[in-house]
Design a protein around this ligand. Structure first.
Ligand code: EPU
Length: 437
């Protein structure tokens, strides 16, 4: 869907408070994890984002009925798995949907999935998902990018991931929750989104030990009950707004944050000379009247500096006099923001996954977001200039930032998005009643 571009009027100091939304990347796997229970599950603090609507569309195909019971509360119910396949048309919209394989396999004994495909910024393999499920006893065949999985009994045994993968860990845990096997996963992800999904599942009666460590032990249980859960705040959105405060040399107070999830970003901003003060559930970022220093940044899995904040950080450093070096080995091709920032006057030289940035003031321009976090880098860059930046590709921003223009205006930014962002009424699915039987 082509949306009218986002108009950003820069040159204003921002101020006040902004409430961070709840985590997209935690909510998506938790929504998927609800497939493991045949009882109703209510999730609170679910962000209203196009990615959430996309996963709900896929879940609807699988057999889930859902209804919004409040602005951010979602009731999900999957009495039975109606379809064990995840069609390409749905999986190709969002790579995260590949993790439905685990719960479908667990509940129905078989699952067929299309290969999710890459992103605007390069290939995103699923080899670790496949190796894990095979090592735990599932049969997996691949034919022209379509995977068919089957299990004859409960998943059982041990797998050590060859690298840290958030989605791979989600998928393996989801596949192992039901049954009577015992699964051990080594070199598992300790990402906040993995921990949140495990806490949700344990609340429904799963037996998963070791959340937040690199070794997870999952003892299969017969069934999960229903229940309620509140999703954690979005550390990537928090990081985006912290960087926005620094880039516009403003002071912002961000509420609804988990400061313990933001350490890598807070420390990097402090190293630049930004004042970052942590409060309970809030963080104040003050960069007013400060000479910011260039810094070097290398992305890592959590608790390191997140790849999902790399483009935004690159935009900030493009405004800071001096030489900064940004490296993103997690996603070496995540560079679609570079050419667009260069249109705004940024001096960025690319060598592999390394950006060498010579900071200087940016100018407004017409630019295009090719993916979500590149879009975030562009609105940050636009707000540092004296003119009007017009950002095309708004559909990518809608994947991860709820009511963005409205919320930016709330902190004094010039931001206009003529078309309504996704609202409940714009949900592509009918609002389904939950089964009462
Ligand atoms: N990888 C493999 N093989 C696999 C899986 C991953 O080689 O089977 C590699 C990837 O290519 C990458 C690294 O492992 O180099 C980490 O990938 P990971 O599996 O952790 O990423 P993901 O689960 O697919 C989630 C987020 C991404 C975020 C990454 C990294 C969701 C829906 N997505 O993806 O978020 O960049 O973790 O933290 O949770 C975003 O929000 O903008 C976004 C892209």
């Amino acid at each position: 869907m082509q949306l009218t571009p986002l108009h950003i009027q820069g040159g204003r100091e921002l101020s006040g408070e902004i409430a961070v939304q709840h985590s997209k990347n935690a909510a998506l796997p938790i929504i998927v994890a609800s497939l493991l229970s045949s009882e109703p599950v209510t999730l609170h603090a679910v962000p209203r984002l196009s990615d959430v609507y996309t996963i709900l569309e896929l879940m609807h195909h699988i057999g889930t009925r859902h209804t919004w019971t409040g602005p951010n509360s979602l009731l999900l119910h999957t009495p039975e798995i109606v379809h064990t396949d995840a069609p390409y048309a749905l999986v190709s919209k969002m790579r995260a949907s590949f993790i439905v394989m685990g719960p479908i396999l667990a509940r129905a004994g078989e699952a067929t999935m299309s290969m999710p495909g890459g992103c605007a910024w390069g290939p995103r393999p699923v080899d670790q998902h496949v190796k894990a499920l095979r090592a735990l006893g599932a049969e997996l065949t691949e034919d022209d990018g379509n995977f068919a999985a089957r299990r004859s009994g409960s998943l059982n045994g041990h797998f050590a991931f060859e690298l840290l993968t958030v989605g791979g860990t989600h998928n393996a845990v989801l596949a192992a929750v039901l049954g009577d096997g015992v699964v051990t996963l080594d070199n598992a992800s300790i990402d906040t989104d993995v921990v949140d999904m495990i806490e949700f599942l344990n609340g429904l009666g799963a037996d998963i030990r070791g959340a937040g460590t690199h070794t997870l032990t999952i003892r299969g249980v017969k069934a999960l009950r229903g229940g309620e859960y509140k999703v954690i705040p979005d550390r990537i959105e928090a990081g985006t707004f912290m960087i926005l405060a620094a880039a516009t040399r403003s002071r912002l107070r961000l509420t609804n944050v988990r400061t313990d999830h933001l350490n890598a970003i807070s420390e990097k901003l402090r190293e630049m000379g930004v004042d970052v003060t942590e409060e309970t559930d809030a963080v104040v970022v003050d960069a007013r009247a400060r000479e910011l220093k260039p810094v070097d940044v290398v992305t890592q899995s959590f608790p390191g500096f997140p790849t999902d904040v790399q483009p935004q950080m690159s935009a900030l450093l493009a405004t800071v006099p001096g030489r900064s070096v940004v490296q993103d080995p997690v996603y070496p091709d995540r560079l679609t923001h570079v050419a667009e920032l260069q249109r705004m006057g940024a001096d960025i030289e690319v060598d592999g996954y390394t950006q060498i940035i010579q900071g200087a003031p940016l100018r407004a321009a017409a630019v295009k977001a090719a993916d979500l976090r590149a879009g975030a880098a562009l609105f940050i860059a636009g707000l540092t200039t004296d003119g009007e930046t017009v950002i095309d590709g708004v559909q990518f921003l809608n994947r991860g930032y709820e009511r963005l223009a409205e919320r930016l205006r709330g902190i004094g930014a010039g931001a206009v998005q003529p078309e309504p962002v996704l609202t409940p009424e714009a949900t592509p699915l009918p609002q389904l009643a939950v089964a009462t039987d």
